[in-house]
Each structure stands twice: as structure tokens, then as C-alpha cells.
Design a protein around this ligand. Structure first.
Ligand code: SF4
Length: 371
């Protein structure tokens, strides 16, 4: 495939997760849904199941409103809405982590709103660095394994987990290689970049790695187009078509990101020494610089500034998911750090129900004129 055909393939997958789910089901595989932000996908993969991201979708919320107050993020609401409308039918279970208050509520509501798909909780410890947190994390992972075995009939074999960890570490490496490669090619649109990341949630990681590596080879051989205005994007999600279209319209290029559904997923590899399940728990202990992970030093703030500086970004764009407390708490600190570093920052509110992007347009237009 040439580069354009590979990008089209990513876009097709990103646009049609239900089609991907049906394809895997038709091939005799069982699908397990993975809610935001971090799930132990490697375990699901090792059991021969297909882990598939469930981050909701851009839609008008209707039925889910009976389970949630209005002031809760639309990601969790749209996950339940899609579940109630049958979009996830055929999935054997959903794993929902406990990393923010909204996700805790999501798990409990899911049991009643979508009883056909069993809810499996993953309870990560927020205070994850001390040694005693390792035992707590392992207990959480073992609970997921037990529930997956009950829900799917598949069995867990720790020796297979080692192979799956390798698959995931290889995918992490490919995704990390992707960021500078895309940054070197301004002709890749924000929508195309988003599709490469989004499609990773709906493909087996070994399939996605192979396609990303093919894209990297194609990009290495291609001549880059004229430069655009480089920016760093941070937030939980940045995949709204209305937002990516505006970034392209005003000549911005995302050259680095701290987006939870994108690069935050791929920063931390599972360590290579020790028992596979313990290694997976240690990976969670090693994760950092994320709004949903306890971080008294707020290392994420400096991480964003370093990311922007090192990538040559001229500004930082915070895609603020509406009603996302963890991100809102970080915003004033990010603003101050960017100011101190001389980096312009704009905060654009995004929401799964958003249809009007005029406020975002005004902010991006103003930023573009100022740079
Ligand atoms: S967007 Fe924020 S509030 Fe919603 S699930 Fe993610 S971290 Fe939690």
C-alpha cells in the first residue's frame, strides 16, 4: 500500500469501530471493551480475546441521561448511550478502571443500563509508587482475570502474558516513533493524525503495529510539504472532527501531544524482568505525568512544557473535556508554567455532544494571528 492508502485504512477503522468489532466476531473471536483511561489490555490479549477501546462517540445524548447528572463528562455518558443503543452488542464484557469519579459512577450505572455486557472493575491504587501498592495492583489484576474467565470462558496462562507484553511494548515503540515522523510531514492533516491514533483502539495491536511500521517506511521515503504552525495538544481526547478540521483550516500542525487517548498510552513500557503479571503491575507503578494518576509534584505540567519546547511548538492547545475534573484541576498550573516558559496557551472546551465550534474557531483564529 502507498502512504495515502495506509492513511485511508486508518481512517476507515477509526470511523467504523462497530465494523471492526463485527469483523473480529465473525472470525470467531471474543471482544472485550476497554473503557478509559488505562486498562490491562495485555491480559485480555494473552487470553486470546480482542481488547477494543470504548471511549464513547460524538453524538446527541438521550437515554444515558437517566443515569447521570448533567454535569458529568460526556465520555462516560456516551459510553452508556452507545451501550443502551446496542452499539457494543456481541462484546463479552467491559473492563472499567476506577481512575476518576466519573469512571467509578460509569461502572455502577453500566450494570443496570447495559445488563447484557458484564462489567469488570479494575481497581488501580492511586497511591501506586510504594511497595505495598504492588500487592494491591496484583489483586486488582487477578480479579480482572477471574472475571474475564467467567465472562468469556477463556483461560489465563501467565506464560502467554509474556508474549502479549512483547506485542504491546513493540506497539508502544512504533507509536513513539510515529510522533516525530508525522511531525516531519506537515502534509499529514490533524484528522489523519487523529485517525492513526484512534484506530489503535479498534485493532489487535500486532495488526496496528504492522500498519504503523508500513506508514513509517512510506513517510521516510516521502518529501515533506511546506511547514505549518507547529503546536502541542494536551487533554483527554482530541479526536472531534470539528476540532481537527479547524486545526487544518488555520494551518496548525500537531507535532507533539499529551492526549490521554493518544501518546499518554504509549509512554511507559512494561519492564522486561520478573514474572509477567508482576511486570504489568510495575508498569502501572511507573506511569506518570497524567491528570488521572495521583501526582503530588504535578510532573505533568513540566512534561507539557518540555514536550512543546523539544518539538519546536509555538503554542500549546488544551482540549478541555467539559466537566472533566482531573483536567480542570491541572489547567491553572499548566497555564502558569506555559506563561513562565513564554508559550502561548489556549483552552478549547470539547464535548462529545458538541456541534457548534464557533468559539473554538475564534480562539484558533486569534492564536494564529498572534503567532
Ligand atoms: S474525561 Fe475526565 S472525568 Fe471523564 S472519564 Fe476521562 S478522566 Fe474521568
Amino acid at each position: 500500500m502507498n502512504t495515502q492508502e495506509i492513511l485511508n485504512r486508518f481512517e476507515t477503522v477509526a470511523r467504523d469501530p462497530a465494523g471492526q468489532k463485527d469483523k473480529y466476531l465473525a472470525a470467531g473471536k471474543k471482544v472485550v471493551l476497554m473503557a478509559p483511561v488505562y486498562c490491562p489490555e495485555e491480559i485480555v490479549h494473552a487470553m486470546g480475546l480482542v481488547p477494543m477501546g470504548a471511549w464513547g462517540g460524538d453524538m446527541e445524548l438521550r437515554d444515558a441521561k437517566q443515569y447521570f447528572p448533567a454535569f458529568i463528562c460526556s465520555i462516560v455518558q456516551s459510553i452508556v448511550e452507545l451501550g443502551m443503543r446496542g452499539a457494543y452488542e456481541g462484546a463479552s464484557a467491559i473492563v472499567i478502571p476506577s481512575l476518576c469519579d466519573s469512571l467509578k459512577v460509569l461502572g455502577q450505572n453500566w450494570k443496570y443500563a447495559v445488563p447484557s455486557i458484564p462489567f469488570i472493575p479494575m481497581t488501580w491504587p492511586q497511591n501506586r509508587k510504594p511497595d505495598y501498592a504492588l500487592d494491591f495492583t496484583l489483586a486488582g489484576l487477578r480479579r480482572v482475570i477471574r472475571d474475564l474467565e467467567a465472562a468469556t470462558g477463556a483461560t489465563f496462562d501467565e506464560s502467554k502474558l509474556a508474549a502479549s507484553i512483547r506485542v504491546y511494548n513493540e506497539h508502544n515503540a512504533a507509536m513513539r516513533d510515529l510522533v516525530p515522523a508525522l511531525a516531519a510531514h506537515p502534509e499529514i492533516t490533524a484528522a489523519q493524525r487523529s485517525a492513526v491514533f484512534k484506530s489503535a483502539w479498534f485493532m489487535l495491536k500486532e495488526e496496528h503495529t504492522a500498519l504503523v511500521r508500513e506508514l513509517l517506511s512510506g513517510l521516510a521515503a516521502a518529501s515533506p510539504a511546506a511547514a505549518k504552525c507547529p503546536v502541542t495538544v494536551t487533554g483527554i481526547l482530541a479526536d472531534a472532527p470539528g476540532l481537527t478540521a479547524l486545526l487544518d483550516e488555520y494551518g496548525f500542525q500537531i507535532v507533539a501531544d499529551d492526549v490521554a487517548a493518544e501518546s499518554r498510552q504509549y509512554r511507559t513500557d512494561t519492564p522486561e524482568d520478573g514474572e509477567p503479571l508482576t511486570r504489568l503491575a510495575r508498569k502501572f507503578q511507573a506511569m506518570d505525568c497524567c491528570s488521572v494518576l495521583y501526582d503530588p509534584d504535578k510532573k505533568r505540567v513540566e512534561h507539557i512544557v518540555a514536550l512543546a519546547k523539544n518539538s519546536g511548538s509555538r503554542a500549546v492547545i488544551m482540549a478541555q473535556t467539559k466537566f472533566c475534573d482531573p483536567e480542570e484541576f491541572d489547567y491553572p498550573l499548566i497555564r502558569r508554567a506555559c506563561e513562565d516558559a513564554g508559550l502561548p496557551l489556549i483552552q478549547i472546551e470539547v464535548d462529545r455532544q458538541m456541534v457548534n465550534y464557533e468559539q473554538a474557531r475564534t480562539m484558533l483564529e486569534t492564536l494564529r494571528e498572534a503567532l
